[in-house]
Design a protein around this ligand. Structure first.
Ligand code: XMP
Length: 512
């Protein structure tokens, strides 16, 4: 594996992804846990991430000295380069001209790091983000590239296989930066590049068998990609020692329950318990209009229902979960203090405290796009694997105000028509998430010769890479007109459609 030492950069996860894209397994550890981690597990190469602190100040993060003494190839990126320089006897100083954004990198020496990508003498665009700069190199290092704001934009000690770059090769704004990281892990560190999904699947199946033995496992399905992929993988490993439970809370989209039933029972022949708890959820939500209260009621009831069903299955030893790597990484935070809760998220993740079972989490090492690749490897159809995310509290948080059976029925129809139009226009895969929202407002309209007094439907579509920030999708007016017309004509109860053009921040993706 390649160990990535995290100094708190916003883009550390991208380093891990680039290494994996090169076919090499990588893990991220916070800088202050790196030493212990290295003692416990070996690494074949080390990458030091960027970070928000200043090496020029004392008391800022450093890599464990062991990193430089292990004889391993090391690549320091931005803050990581500066930390390496400072720790090996060079100097780093604050500078009044900072360098942010695009810069031109001039390659002054040939190096295996840039092999086949950037030859000596050429200039290429890279992405920089730094205030401090290296002013004196440690012994044994030479400059391999320069930029206007960074006389030591890339440095190397070829003999010790140590490299530092002031720019960020992991971001897309450095075209061909991914190849630089590929050069480091494959050519310089000599790693094979055989970490593929097929390989991962085999290793993971063996691990699951080993962990579970003859025990019994239950898995809560949400209908989403993560829990489905986890369940199918576990089933491949242990067959009918796995039982799946799908709680229908009555807040699902059109045909969603049937799709899950079909996939599990027909396509994969995996036993599935479906609990229809919609009446209980609707009763609990009656007259509740506060978003946080709605979320909490749904989250708690979901766990109650799941627990009741699990008990009916008799003795169960393990709870399976589709936890992903981004949920596991301990991020380095310099902001201090707890962050504000914007929304209390509900997913099957709340279960472990209650169930007190051992966990089986076969996706713990994967990013979302890797889970999709694994899903394909397991034979899941693209249409399922590429589905937009859907929140645990379901349609309840897309009906501002109190939820009712009638409103759910109206929203389901409008949402299905909207998505149908998006698919027909070939836009589904370029959009991160698209859905309809049913507003608690009624307005006057005229249809035929009659007066109507019906609900307003808002359409939402956003692009995003991780759901943390998002921008509204720029549909053509033609498309919006078509979707709106169909919804108003086909759905009884809606007589007006609006399009939400709020980005996140300041809005959130969901309305509640
Ligand atoms: P927001 O609305 O916070 O949503 O911008 C960001 C992403 O998270 C999804 N979301 C949830 N997912 N349980 C989930 O599993 C939840 O309670 C939940 N709330 C929001 C939302 O759909 C978007 O993808």
């Amino acid at each position: 594996r390649v160990l990535i030492v995290d100094f708190g950069s916003q883009v550390t996860q991208l380093i891990a992804r680039r290494v994996r894209e090169a076919g090499v397994y990588s893990e991220i550890v916070p800088f202050d846990k790196a030493e212990a981690d290295l003692k416990e597990k070996s690494a074949a190469a080390i990458i030091l991430s960027g970070g928000p602190a200043s090496v020029a100040e004392s008391d800022t993060p450093r890599a464990p000295q062991a990193v430089f003494e292990a004889g391993l190839p090391v690549l320091g990126i931005c803050y990581g380069e500066q930390a390496m320089v400072a720790q090996l006897g060079g100097t780093v100083e604050p500078h009044n001209s900072k360098e942010f954004g695009r810069a031109d990198l001039e390659v002054v020496e040939s190096t295996p790091l840039f092999d086949g990508v950037w030859p000596k003498g050429e200039t290429h665009p890279v992405w920089m983000s730094h205030g401090d700069r290296v002013t004196k190199l440690p012994d044994g290092f030479k400059t391999i590239a320069v930029s206007h704001g960074a006389p030591f934009a890339a440095i190397a000690n070829e003999e010790r296989k140590m490299y530092g770059v002031q720019f960020h090769p992991e971001v897309v704004h450095t075209p061909r930066g991914a190849e630089i990281i590929g050069n480091f892990v494959r050519n310089i560190a000599g790693l094979e590049g055989d970490w593929t999904m097929a390989h991962f699947k085999d290793v993971e199946i063996a691990k699951i068998r080993d962990q579970v033995g003859g025990g019994k496992v239950i898995c809560g399905l949400s209908g989403g990609v993560d829990s489905s992929v986890a369940a199918i993988l576990i089933h491949e490993a242990i067959g009918d020692q796995l039982a799946c439970i799908f709680v229908d809370h009555g807040l699902l989209r059109q045909d969603e329950r049937a799709q899950v039933e079909n996939l599990f029972r027909e396509t994969y022949n995996i036993p599935l318990v479906v609990v229809d708890a919609s009446e209980r959820f609707l009763a609990a939500l009656k007259d509740i209009d506060d978003p946080e209260q709605k979320r909490k009621i749904i989250g708690k009831l979901f766990i109650d229902v799941f627990d009741e069903e699990a008990k009916k299955l008799g003795e169960v030893d393990f709870l399976a979960q589709g936890t992903l790597y981004p949920d596991v990484i301990e991020s380095v935070s310099f902001s201090g203090g707890p962050s504000v809760t914007i929304k209390s998220h509900h997913n099957v993740g709340g279960l472990p405290e209650r169930m007190r079972m051992k966990l089986v989490e076969p996706l713990r090492e994967l990013f979302k796009d890797e889970v999709r690749a694994l899903g394909r490897e397991l034979g899941l159809p693209d249409a399922f694997v590429d589905r937009h995310p859907f929140p645990g509290p379901g349609l309840a948080i897309r009906i501002p105000g109190a939820v009712s059976e009638d409103k759910l029925a109206i929203l389901r129809q409008a949402d299905a028509i909207y998505l149908d139009e998006i698919r027909a226009a070939g836009l589904y895969d370029t959009i991160w998430q698209a859905f309809a929202v049913l507003l608690p407002v009624r307005t006057v309209g005229v249809m035929g010769d009659a007066r109507t007094y019906d609900y307003v439907c808002a359409l939402r579509a956003v692009t995003s890479t991780d759901g943390m920030t998002a921008d509204y999708y720029d549909f053509s007016h033609d498309f919006l007109g078509r979707a709106a017309r169909r919804i108003i004509n086909e759905v009884r109860g809606i007589n007006r459609v609006v399009y939400d053009i709020t980005s996140k921040p300041p809005g959130t993706i969901e309305w509640e």
